[in-house]
Write a protein that binds this ligand. Structure first.
Ligand code: HEM
Length: 174
């Protein structure tokens, strides 16, 4: 009986091979961070591929849905990032004392601010689409949206570079 209790307590205090139990939530939050990053990037690539003057109904609806998925994934990215800073990382000061961390947050917020323009545009598309009409997208608007998406993609490619450096303490004051 004592042996059983001991093995139960061992089961719940550590994973097989003696790994600490708090590894699971840490790994789960890190996984959500990576997954949401990939979904954001994938959504932006799809939007970039689909943007064109006067899109057809199918493409326009796909753009609207893709942007909703992008928005949700961006929130999950932010939420999991905050959780990692506060509870599942290397201690909040490890990050907040590093200027690279603030550059990363700044880059994320800038990309987020930039994506407001496409998002508002797609929301407005929902009005004609609901009436069974097609959104009017001029050549100039399609080009502008294409450029904004290019810059967002560049931002999303650079943020992981800041992340990997930050995670290894690069930028921390000596
Ligand atoms: C405000 C938003 C964000 C916050 C607060 C945040 C926070 C964090 C934290 C605390 C870590 C853990 C670092 C460590 O292991 O010590 C991390 C890792 C990482 N983040 Fe973020 N993050 C944010 C946004 C992003 C974005 C937008 C991306 C991608 C575009 C991203 C990509 C990564 C990657 C790739 C890692 C892994 C780095 C490594 O372990 O080598 N993060 N982030």
């Amino acid at each position: 009986m004592v042996g059983f209790a001991a093995s139960i307590s061992t089961l719940f205090s550590s994973l097989p091979m003696g790994l600490p139990i708090d590894l699971l939530p840490r790994a789960a939050v890190a996984y959500v961070h990576y997954l949401s990053f990939m979904v954001c990037f994938g959504a932006l690539v799809l939007e970039r591929r689909l943007i064109q003057p006067n899109p057809g109904r199918k493409d326009a609806i796909t753009m609207v849905i893709t942007d909703v998925v992008y928005g949700l994934a961006a929130l999950a990215l932010l939420g999991s990032g905050i959780l990692r800073v506060l509870y599942f990382g290397q201690g909040s000061e490890f990050y907040t004392e590093n200027p690279l961390f603030w550059w990363k947050v700044g880059a994320y917020l800038s990309v987020g601010a930039l994506s407001l323009y496409p998002t508002v545009t797609y929301i407005l598309w929902a009005i004609p689409l609901r009436k069974g009409e097609l959104p009017q997208v001029s050549e100039a608007l399609a080009k502008r949206l294409g450029w904004i998406l290019n810059i967002e993609l560049l931002g999303f490619a650079l943020i992981p570079l800041m992340a990997v450096l930050m995670a290894r303490g690069v930028g921390l004051p000596a």
